[in-house]
Every structure is written in structure tokens, then in C-alpha cells.
Design a protein around this ligand. Structure first.
Ligand code: ADP
Length: 539
């Protein structure tokens, strides 16, 4: 009996799950790690702690199941995206704390780029909305602010990586410096049409090409673990960003299929197939998965999809890439098979529940939020907009800040908890409307996952707001599962995506129960509250 090891390196914890062929989580271990907030709007992690916790949980999971390296067919990695690490090639030591995706310290760099008229170039080439969220400006900041960093980078002494790259480098004992297509597509330096690091963007952000990892498919053997780590050489065979892994783990293989993940942030992704679709409504275009060119046909999903009819009716209009430069710069020689997604990113979702627990101390656990929310019939007219780090899609305001509005004398702890929980559903609603408009479809059901989707109150409220079914699968660890699938496909543990789809099963469906009138009134209040958050930072 062999297993696939999935390393799920999230924003708040490192997790390891061992999966069997049926997609069952057979053993798991998890460890939270420290969040550093050195200044308002700044967020950092210690890369060494990320590595140490990853190693610790992977060994713990193996011990729980009583397995050795020989029992692990392959390792898949999924990671918090965009978070940026720079380290010394020789010593292997990070030159500074990792700058986390949520960190706003580089907002001015982005403002400057946009002011100088580069916004459209960035959008067209990377599919992203220029924002401090992505890695590009974070790399620039480190090179400009860590003494000696730029000189070392230019001399080829430094390496850049997102967390997948950092972990693969550590797991292989410093032998392999790679990333996958999905993670590359979040750097704001990668041309998602030509599939190459983009010289013009590197120049704009003054990033030397020497520090960049090689971009590989999301499902292929990158290298083997150093023997001393697990007492064997396990192939590292898959990697993709957490949201792309969740999309894969939810078996959203066909254009039009989508999922929403309720973790630290909320991320709604819709597969758009082999065509990148440009959003007119504040969503980003991103790479959903990259498969090796020669093996892609085996991995492709060929059976009839339940959404095929709906997809045919949509008018997903591909971006014209006539003025781009495919295969320019450092692109791969054999073109790999790349699929794209439209994505709506919400920066603060479950993190708002952590804020209630850790900063306001009104909860002892995140799960307790359900009972508080259900103990009151509504929020007493109040709204929480958790724009702690600005607002992501579809608003994209770097300067918006969190607001609590509409408070009256009767506003209690329970109302605060309920309003905070509801904010996850309202933010998701806004993304769904943007997605419907871009893809010209009407959402009738939404697959969900992530820590906070275990909250039944939230899922029911989400269904009510969307007036659509919310579908929670049996395995909500879809991020980890997606990484396992990618690795398992590369080593032949699973044969095809059709093989994998057999594993997907529903746990609970939530159906809308709210009247149209109530829904409209609630949404009107929410959009007024968002306006307050957006205008707060304006002079
Ligand atoms: P990540 O991978 O981003 O670290 P997870 O998917 O593990 O996140 O989800 C953890 C997040 O979900 C935390 O921010 C936590 O506050 C929130 N969360 C977990 N359980 C619940 C719950 N029952 N109700 C509401 N929020 C929850």
C-alpha cells in the first residue's frame, strides 16, 4: 500500500496529509506558525519556521500512519501564493523575513508604475491587476532595502522563490530551483501567453533574471528528497498554488466549473480551459494548471461534463495575444499544456474570524463563531467590512481600510461575530456577480472548501445571498488533495483526471431559503458599507 504525501503550506499553518488512491486522508498533522506585523499593513513570515514546521508535520504524519519513505509514491506541494523569499545560494539562509501576500508595504511601488502608464502592459502580459499583492513589487522592495541585496542578486548569489520554490529547494538539499506555471503566474513578472519570464516587466521592477527559478509543469518530477530528511529519496512530483490546487482537487477540469475556498482569504476560481479570458469586472486571469506537453493528453479530461451545455452557451472571449511575444525571453522549448482560470481574490475572510479571536478576544475558537451568529436573528443593522489590507476583487483599492458601520446601542458581541461572518458571504457575492458578468453565465451552484466552509451558518447565508446551491464535498481538504493528485498523476499513482473524478463526493448541499426582498435589502446595506471602507483613506 502506497500513499501520496501532500504538503499544504498555508498562510497560518503548515500541514501534511497522506492520501490513498480513493482520495482518503489517511493521516494528517498540522502546525500553526508565527505571524509578524512589524508595522501597520505589513505582514511577514520566517522562512526557516515555514521549512521547520513543514518538515515536522510531514514526519509526524508518516509516524502516525507508521510508514517509511518507501511507502510514499510521491510528494505534492501546495502553497500560500505570492509570498516572497530571497535567500543566499551558498549559505541557504534567507536574507530577510518573507514578505507575505497580504503585506501592503509596496503599495507605493505599484502606484508609481500605474502613474507612469504601465498598468495596461502589466494587465495584458500577466493577466493581473497591478497590486502589491503579487510578488514582483515585493522582490523589488527586498532588493532595494536589504543592504547589499541588489549587488548579490546581480552577481548571481541570491535566489528568489515563492514558498513552493523555497520548499523544493530545501527538500532537495539545495539542488533544485524551480517553480510551477501557476505560481509563476502570480509574480507579476511572468507572461502568461508566451509562458516566459518577461524582460520588460523584469526591467520595470528592476529584478535581475539570475534570481528567478526555472518554470516547470505543475505535475512532473522536479527532483528527490535528500536522503537524510525521511530516510529515503521520495520524488517531488507536483506543485501548484493553493487556489489552483483547490480547483484541481474539486475536479473543476472543464471550462465553466468553479469553486470558492474560505481560508485566510477567499478565492473563487473558474476554469476557462486553454483560453485566457480577460475580465472586464475586476477579476484576474491566471494559470490554472500546467501539464507536461508530451503527457498532457493522458491527463486531459475527455468524458462528458455536467456543465458542458452551460459552457457552450457562455461567451468566454479569449484575450488576443497578437501583440505579445510568445516564446520570447526564457520560454520552454516544448510547449506544455496550460489551462487558465478567472479568479476573484478576497484578501481577508477567515482572517477576520482570527481577528475576532486573537485581537478582539471575543471568541475562543473560530468554530464558536457559528453559535454566536445563530444566537441573534440578524446583525442589528450593522456591517463589518474587513478591508484590513485594502480591498481585492472586484474593488481593487489598496488604500481601503476596515470599517464597522451602522452600530446602535443594542449591538453586542453576537452581532459583531455575525456581521463579521456575513462579510465573507457578501464579499463572495460581489465576486460571483463579476464572474457571471465576465463569463456570461448564471451561477446555479458553487463548490466550496477551506477551513471556514465547515461553518453551516455561513454556508446557509452564502446560499441565501447567492440564491444558488452551495455544495460542500466530503473532503474539504481539497487544496491538499489537489496537490496530491498533481503528484500522483506524474508518478502514475493515478492514471487520468477521469480516474480522479471518481473520488469526488458531496457532504452537504445548502439551498436558498431567503426572500428576494430581504436579500435585496441586505445587499443594499452591504454596498453602502463598502463605500465607507473605500472612502475612508481618501483625503
Ligand atoms: P489557510 O489555508 O488560508 O491557512 P484554512 O483553510 O486552514 O486557511 O482555514 C483557516 C481559516 O478559516 C482561519 O482564518 C479561521 O479563522 C477560519 N475558520 C476555520 N474554521 C472556521 C469556522 N468554523 N467558522 C469560521 N471560520 C473558520
Amino acid at each position: 500500500m502506497q500513499y501520496i504525501m501532500s504538503l499544504d503550506q498555508g498562510t497560518t499553518s503548515s500541514r501534511c496529509i497522506l492520501f490513498d488512491r480513493a482520495g482518503n486522508a489517511c493521516a494528517a498533522a498540522q502546525k500553526e506558525f508565527r505571524q509578524y506585523f512589524p508595522q501597520p499593513g505589513w505582514v511577514e513570515h520566517d522562512p526557516e519556521e515555514i521549512w521547520a514546521t513543514t518538515l515536522e508535520v510531514s514526519r509526524a504524519a508518516m509516524e502516525k500512519l507508521g510508514v517509511t519513505a518507501a511507502d510514499i509514491a510521491g510528494i505534492g506541494i501546495t502553497n500560500q501564493r505570492e509570498t516572497t523569499v530571497l535567500w543566499d545560494k551558498t549559505t541557504g539562509r534567507p536574507i530577510a523575513p518573507a514578505i507575505v501576500w497580504q503585506c501592503r508595504r509596496t503599495a507605493d511601488i505599484i502606484d508609481e508604475l500605474v502613474k507612469n502608464g504601465h498598468g495596461e502592459t502589466i494587465r495584458t502580459k500577466t493577466g493581473l491587476v497591478p497590486d502589491a499583492y503579487f510578488s514582483g513589487s515585493k522582490i523589488k522592495w527586498l532588493l532595494d532595502n536589504v543592504p547589499g541585496a541588489r549587488e548579490k542578486a546581480e552577481a548571481g548569489q541570491l535566489l528568489f522563490g515563492t514558498i513552493d520554490t523555497w520548499l523544493i529547494w530545501k527538500l532537495t538539499g539545495g539542488k533544485v530551483h524551480v517553480t510551477d506555471y501557476t505560481n509563476a503566474s502570480r509574480t507579476m513578472l511572468y507572461n502568461i501567453h508566451g509562458l516566459s519570464w518577461d524582460t520588460e516587466l523584469l526591467e520595470l521592477l528592476t529584478v535581475p533574471a539570475a534570481i528567478l527559478p526555472e518554470v516547470r509543469p505543475s505535475s512532473c518530477v522536479y527532483g528527490e528528497t535528500e536522503f537524510s530528511l525521511y530516510g529515503g529519496n521520495i520524488p517531488i512530483a507536483g506543485a501548484a498554488g493553493d487556489q489552483q490546487c483547490a480547483l484541481f482537487g474539486q475536479c473543476c477540469f472543464q471550462p465553466g466549473e468553479m469553486k470558492n475556498t474560505y481560508g485566510t482569504g477567499c478565492f473563487l476560481l473558474m476554469n476557462t480551459g486553454t483560453q485566457p479570458v480577460r475580465s472586464e469586472n475586476g477579476l484576474v486571469t491566471t494559470i490554472a494548471v500546467g501539464l507536461p506537453g508530451e503527457a498532457a493528453s493522458d491527463f486531459r479530461f475527455s468524458a462528458d461534463s455536467p456543465v458542458r451545455n452551460r459552457t457552450e452557451k457562455t461567451s468566454l472571449s479569449p484575450i488576443s495575444d497578437s501583440n505579445l511575444h510568445p516564446q520570447s525571453d526564457f520560454g520552454p522549448e516544448v510547449r506544455d499544456h496550460v489551462e487558465y482560470a478567472l479568479e476573484g481574490s478576497i484578501f481577508v475572510a477567515g482572517a477576520a474570524i482570527q481577528w475576532l479571536r486573537d485581537e478582539l478576544c471575543v471568541l475562543t475558537s473560530a468554530a464558536e463563531s457559528r453559535d454566536y451568529a445563530q444566537s441573534v436573528p440578524d446583525t442589528a443593522g450593522a456591517y463589518v467590512v474587513p478591508a484590513f489590507t485594502g480591498l481585492g476583487a472586484p474593488y481593487w483599492s489598496q488604500h481601503a481600510r476596515g470599517t464597522v458601520v451602522g452600530i446602535t446601542r443594542g449591538f453586542s458581541r453576537a452581532h459583531l461575530v455575525r456581521a463579521t461572518l456575513e462579510s465573507l458571504a457578501y464579499q463572495t457575492y460581489d465576486i460571483c456577480k463579476a464572474m457571471e458578468s465576465d463569463a456570461d453565465l448564471s451561477i446555479t451552484s458553487l463548490k466550496v472548501d477551506g477551513g471556514a466552509c465547515g461553518n453551516d451558518f455561513l454556508m446557509q447565508f452564502q446560499s441565501d445571498l447567492l440564491n444558488a446551491a452551495v455544495c460542500r464535498p466530503g473532503c474539504i481538504e481539497t487544496t491538499a488533495l489537489g496537490a496530491a493528485y498533481l503528484a500522483g498523476l506524474a508518478v502514475g499513482y493515478w492514471k487520468s483526471r477521469e480516474d480522479i473524478r471518481q473520488n469526488w463526493a458531496v457532504d452537504k448541499m445548502f439551498s436558498p431559503e431567503m426572500s428576494e426582498e430581504t436579500r435585496e435589502a441586505l445587499l443594499k446595506g452591504w454596498h453602502k458599507a463598502v463605500k465607507c471602507a473605500l472612502t475612508w483613506a481618501e483625503e
